[in-house]
Design a protein around this ligand. Structure first.
Ligand code: DQA
Length: 158
């Protein structure tokens, strides 16, 4: 894999900058920086490159996703609370031609009713929920495999 083909963007939504101190019984004790470091380590093992970005602002996440379309091979997103209501975010994910994996640290289906619906789930490749930091690490593996599959298919069609 070369250049853009092996670059993935990990997006963290509102309040995930508070990981480590925010409801540790639900989200664990790992800080966002530690989580990003783990992703970098996993990326090295997989021979891919990962950039991480966190924002508390819906518009900033949307601008970042739009810009990502030309620079990255895929996205991993924990949209946090935006997962449950942001049609704008859903429309952006649907508009870009990139594989996206939605992740959640907690199992959103085992929590309050308002968290049990994801408006972005229908427009992403897949969703991993409830496995803590493993949700992100597995998503990175899955995206890497997905890109390999796509390349193999392209080569077969040539
Ligand atoms: C979350 C679950 C959301 O419901 C919540 O608003 C978050 C984090 C998770 O990772 O478990 O901020 O996306």
């Amino acid at each position: 894999m070369t250049g853009k083909e092996k670059k993935f963007l990990v997006l963290h939504g509102p309040n995930l900058n508070l990981l480590g101190s925010r409801e540790p019984d639900v989200y664990g004790s790992l800080t966002l920086e530690e989580l990003n470091q783990m992703l970098q380590q996993e990326a090295k093992k997989l021979h891919v490159v990962v950039d991480c970005f966190q924002s508390n602002c819906e518009g900033e996440l949307i601008n970042t996703i739009q810009a990502a379309a030309g620079c990255y091979a895929g996205l991993i997103i924990n949209a946090a609370a935006l997962t449950h209501y942001s049609i704008a975010l859903r429309d952006t994910l649907a508009a870009i031609n990139l594989p996206v994996i939605e992740v959640h640290l907690s199992n959103i289906y085992a929590r309050e009713e308002f968290r049990q619906h994801s408006v972005i789930a229908p427009v992403v490749l897949g969703q991993i929920s409830g496995l803590g930091k493993e949700s992100y690490l597995l998503a990175l593996r899955a995206l890497t495999l997905q890109k390999k599959r796509e390349r193999k298919q392209e080569a077969e069609e040539r």
